[in-house]
Design a protein around this ligand. Structure first.
Ligand code: NOJ
Length: 536
């Protein structure tokens, strides 16, 4: 191990959506004991850290992202004792554990909000964002909820509106209030004291709003079929300059513990995204980089994006890459099963910390959810637009047994109809399965500092091909990946295609010598270990 890099720079993060990973008590919903039972799998897979989406007490209006107590565990997931056991078992295996921190909003059932709404004089009234109605009695401004409808709800008792960027059951905290700040920093300390290694911070770019609550500008590009909240641009409701002071306060808490990390959920263009590293690195350790999720799957577009991202990073900014999460369509559905293998190679060989989404390692795809089984409030509020997130939250497919080995009971969301074929058990010993590909990529990455922390250098390519080098000291790897469905040959102008194939996404070319050019089959990517005499 090199002392020059932290664990969260070298390592790979694996996201667990806890409701869907493993049920241990037969209620159809995953839980902490279930995660614990699967730690050996996670270790065997070869990742370094797990991030678990919220597990705190919650009415589950937004499946845990509406928290009614920040410092306990929801009974559906287990107990604090079980959490401590999970943490100890995670650490015993040399893995790290990252929790989800949701600072922007609480549940409307949180005692803080109950107090806040009880009267205008309550000492906690100002802990949330309250405004008098507009002169016509309507909401104070035109801000929209991310889940559809207005972002303001009138509360009869106080006669005021409260602001909620998401559901009305998720009122936004007022981070301009110093008591809120202290209370929330204490939440971080509570978990860091218990030994948690880091936090993924929910919608961190949302937490401070415009002091004057100005109307958001209308979005000139808004059209039918788009999410309803895109009708306005979130200019005044998100990404305000003051957010960075607050993140710096959070960062101060992390720094006091050492070796802990914070990864921020931020959906912003790259030039705004990188400001979240903070002045001189006083911001989040990693601002999630969602470009592989948001961009069209096109070699030239991605090539440019990688280059722009690398160029935009401040000297102290460590990059990161993501293919999917519980809010986004699964990669195998977005680009197809064959390209999902190429995507895996990109994720694990581009420069920066990769975050994997559970189930992607076996090629799970979106599961269509019949209307009567819909759970996600987004789909319920804005039906039929394809915005619902249930399809990517279906249970992990462990085996071909009943309920895919996820639960003895009927799972809370339906299973994929192909689970008898697409599951961990059938793939683990299959030398060409997606799971084997992920394991091999992870193992190669772990054994080669050039791939973990080495420099990145783009190599000119055309058409569907993307090519780049990763180097460290005297080790060099050339990635050549075909983002299209046609066979093609790659030949670089510079004498660079020389060496031995370390890995092909098809898992059948290891050791093949390449001299001057390399042929790629449709949807194939290769990692070429460059011979010493040809290093550049
Ligand atoms: C982002 C989370 O990832 C998403 O699942 C949630 O609905 C919103 N934030 C609101 O907390």
């Amino acid at each position: 191990m090199s002392a020059t890099h932290e664990w969260w720079q070298r390592g790979v993060i694996y996201q667990i959506y806890p409701r869907s990973f493993q049920d241990s008590n037969g209620d159809g919903v995953g839980d902490l004991r279930g995660v614990r039972d699967r730690l050996d799998y996670i270790k065997w897979l070869g990742v370094d850290a797990i991030w678990i989406s919220p597990i705190y007490p919650s009415p589950m209006a937004d499946f845990g992202y509406d928290i009614s107590n920040y410092i306990d565990i929801d009974p559906i997931f287990g107990t604090l004792v079980e959490f401590d056991e999970l943490l100890a078992e995670t650490h015993r295996r040399g893995l790290k554990l990252i929790l989800d921190f949701v600072p922007n909003h609480t549940s409307d059932q949180h005692p803080w909000f109950q107090a806040s709404r009880s009267s205008r004089d309550n000492p906690k009234h100002d802990w949330y964002i309250w405004k008098d109605p507009a002169p016509d009695g309507g909401p104070p401004n035109n801000w929209l909820s991310n889940f559809g409808g207005k972002a303001w709800t009138l509360d009869e008792r106080t006669g005021q509106y409260y602001y909620h960027a998401f559901l009305k059951q998720q009122p936004d905290l007022n981070w301009r209030n110093p008591e809120v700040k202290e209370a929330m920093l204490d939440v971080l300390r509570f978990w860091l004291d218990r030994g948690v290694d880091g936090f993924r911070v929910d919608v961190i770019w949302h937490i401070v709003k415009d002091e004057e609550f100005r109307d958001n500008p209308l979005n000139p590009e808004y059209g039918p079929g788009q999410p309803p909240h895109h009708e306005v641009l979130a200019t005044y409701s998100t990404d305000r300059p003051e957010v960075h002071d607050i993140i710096a306060r959070m960062r101060g808490v992390f720094d006091a513990y050492g070796e802990r990390m914070m990864v921020g959920e931020i959906y912003l263009p790259v030039e705004r995204l990188v400001t979240y590293y903070g002045a001189h690195g006083s911001g989040v350790h990693l601002p999630f980089n969602f470009q592989l999720i948001n961009l069209p799957w096109n070699a030239r577009t991605i090539e440019r994006a990688v280059e722009n991202y690398e160029a935009a990073l401040p000297p102290y900014g460590w990059p990161n890459w993501v293919l999917g999460n519980h809010d986004q369509p699964r990669i195998a559905s977005r680009v197809g099963s064959a390209q999902a293998r190429v995507a895996a190679m990109l994720l694990l060989t581009l420069r920066g910390t990769p975050t994997m989404y559970f189930g992607d390692e076996i090629g799970m795809h979106n599961v269509p959810i019949p209307p009567h089984l819909v759970q996600d409030p987004f789909e319920k509020n804005a039906p039929g637009l394809g915005l619902g997130r249930d399809p990517q939250r279906t249970p992990m497919q462990w085996s071909s047994e009943v309920n895919a080995g996820f639960s003895r009971a009927q799972p809370w969301l339906p299973l994929a109809d192909d689970y008898a074929r697409v599951n961990v058990e059938t793939q683990r010993d299959d030398p060409q399965s997606m799971l084997t590909l992920y394991r091999r990529l992870l193992a190669l990455r772990r054994s080669e500092p050039a791939l973990e922390i080495g420099q990145y250098r783009p190599i000119p390519a055309e058409g569907d091909i993307l090519a780049y080098l990763r180097s460290r000291k005297d080790r060099q790897f050339l990635m050549v990946v075909n983002l299209g469905g046609h066979e093609c040959a790659y030949q670089a102008e510079m004498p660079i295609v020389h060496g031995r194939i370390a890995l092909s996404t098809h898992l059948d070319r290891q050791g093949e010598e390449v001299q001057g050019s390399v042929k790629l089959r449709p949807d194939e990517g290769v990692i070429i270990e460059r011979g010493e005499s040809h290093l550049v």
